[in-house]
Write a protein that binds this ligand. Sequence first.
Ligand SMILES: Nc1nc2c(ncn2[C@@H]2O[C@H](COP(=O)(O)OP(=O)(O)OP(=O)(O)O)[C@@H](O)[C@H]2O)c(=O)[nH]1
Ligand SMILES: [Mg+2]
Length: 302
Amino acid sequence: MNGRGGAPHHVSKITLILPAKNEAAALPGVLKSIRAVLATRPSHETHEIIVVDDGSDDGTAEAAAAAGARVESHPYSMGNGAAIKTGIRAARGDVLLMMDADGQHRPEDIPLLLDALPGYAMVVGARTRGTGTGFHRGIANRVYNGLASYVVKRRVEDLTSGFRVMDARAARRFVYLLPNTFSYPTTITLSFFRAGLPVRYVPIEAQARIGKSHIKLVRDGSRFLLIILKITTIFSPLRVFLPMSAAAFAAGLAWYAYTFWTLHQFTGASQLAFVLSVLLFALAMISEQVAALRFDRSEDDR
Ligand SMILES: Nc1nc2c(ncn2[C@@H]2O[C@H](COP(=O)(O)OP(=O)(O)OP(=O)(O)O)[C@@H](O)[C@H]2O)c(=O)[nH]1
Ligand SMILES: [Mg+2]
């Protein structure tokens, strides 16, 4: 790439960012394996490991410090996204690698991601089907990937993967857009696509987490809806709302044709469909402007 938003040909300083909430059980082993993998990397690469302790109360910060990582601590839990933002802000590297601290992402896959970066602004570890995610999340992921692929007009293989590497300068342009809780992967992926920064997927195997899951079914349900909403409104609302507006208009027209043919009437149902179509069209226009405004600011930080 030409140095604008893309990774330099020779990656020099890499910052690994691990968000951690009560991961004292998994962290020592994860950090030990990471170090073993980094020791095999070419000499022109230097590395720093930042563990962002998100208000843990199980000794996560101490375990990370004992394993030689740089520790950034939150006084209380603010969420996975907030932990990632703290890591991006604290990082000194020109390339950032994010991975979970619960052992689900295999340190052995780090070279896969790093070596795939030249020429791209971001490389994402795409979980191969059935690894690391339960049944209902597998379905949800397929819905996300399908909708996101339609919206960005390119195949999105794993929208919500937390295992990714990216150019630090490009990542910093979008920090202000990232949510505190979950779905930072969704927001940063769509931001890169929208800003015209090339994204690549490499297949990885995710494994079962070590320690207790933070998952809550109800939370997951709302998570699903919110991510769908983000996909539709962040990147290009037009691509979602215009077809919906056209569909409402077509339905209204079809119903009017039928009722005119049978009853010589223009019914309330047709009126409703036409009004809905106009509202969706207006929504499409407004949300497209809002999306454009949101991204305008990201150009300032270049
Ligand atoms: N869920 C959650 N994770 C956090 C939070 N803060 C930091 N994290 C870390 O973010 C990473 C991803 O969170 P996970 O809970 O593993 O999310 P997940 O992989 O979707 O869910 P699991 O399948 O249960 O592992 C882990 O390393 C967590 O320790 C938080 O407030 N909530
Ligand atoms: Mg996990």
